[in-house]
Ligand binder design. Structure first.
Ligand code: TMP
Ligand code: ASP
Length: 237
């Protein structure tokens, strides 16, 4: 598999063309941003953790019968993925109140929701990724009503899969963000699943083991990323 021209550079990954037009080469970076790119920094070896941890999660999600873009790892920092037409939405699933939901509802972080919540955000940096609902999605043509419903249902199913793995690793899954795309008319999970895109709290101490350590300047950022990777690997053997 050959890495060809850079097709797209995001805040955390670079996407390259390959010699097969249906596949992309994804290179994970150590660059970290928060608050819509306002805060910038680096998390040493984040690329290695997020690439390999995402691969582990994608494999488990595939085993449960949900298709993902993941094909195989190419190196510690690189993976081969299927090319998708991305749906321009972020699907956020929450088990415990934190972050923007705590602010929006005036509820303290840590409040346990009686059932998981799903939210949709329209991906647009200029607008700060506004929250939208199914009817906005269909009316704006960002996805069909069927696909809008499917990605929310898949969000809940993926939540159950991730909670189970992380539970074995002594980690509570607070919330996370997914992105989906379409290939051959079918919806597939894309993007990544990592400490950049999830909130993980230690089940015993409730210590934050995710990007909130960077967002909120809590220190021990690299250690948290490594710790999650180490524990999830151990939970899957
Ligand atoms: P929020 O509480 O800031 O809305 O974040 C909810 C979840 O989504 C949290 O696990 C972090 C993740 N997330 C991203 O992956 N990318 C983003 O741009 C934002 C705002 C959140
Ligand atoms: N990834 C987003 C950004 O840079 C926000 C975040 O993860 O907090 O802006």
């Amino acid at each position: 598999m050959k890495k060809l021209a850079l097709r797209y550079e995001g805040k955390a990954k670079r996407v390259y063309d390959t010699d097969q037009s249906d596949y992309f080469w994804v290179a994970y970076k150590d660059d970290a941003t928060a608050f819509n790119g306002e805060k910038k920094g680096q998390i040493v070896d984040k690329g290695e953790v997020n690439n390999q941890l995402s691969a582990l999660f994608f494999e488990e999600i595939e085993k449960a019968g949900i298709p993902t873009h993941f094909v195989r790892l190419l190196s510690e920092r690189d993976m081969l993925v299927r090319r998708l037409d991305m749906i321009p939405l972020e699907v956020v699933v929450r088990n415990i109140v934190a972050g923007s939901l705590a602010k929006r509802l005036g509820v303290e972080e840590g409040f346990i929701l009686s059932r998981p919540v799903v939210e949709l955000y329209y991906k647009d940096d200029k607008l700060g990724d506004p929250m939208v609902n199914e009817s906005h999605v269909a009316a704006m043509g960002w996805a069909s009503v069927e696909h809008a419903r499917e990605i929310q249902t898949l969000g809940f199913r993926i939540n159950e899969i991730l909670k189970k793995i992380l539970g074995k690793a002594g980690i509570d899954l607070i919330d996370f963000k997914l992105e989906f795309g379409v290939a051959d008319g079918k919806v597939l999970l894309g993007d990544e699943i990592s400490p950049d895109t999830c909130r993980y709290w230690d089940s015993e101490t409730h210590e934050k083991l995710d990007k909130d350590r960077f967002r909120r300047d809590l220190g021990r950022v690299e250690e948290a990323y490594q710790e999650v990777f180490r524990r999830v690997k151990a939970a899957l053997v």
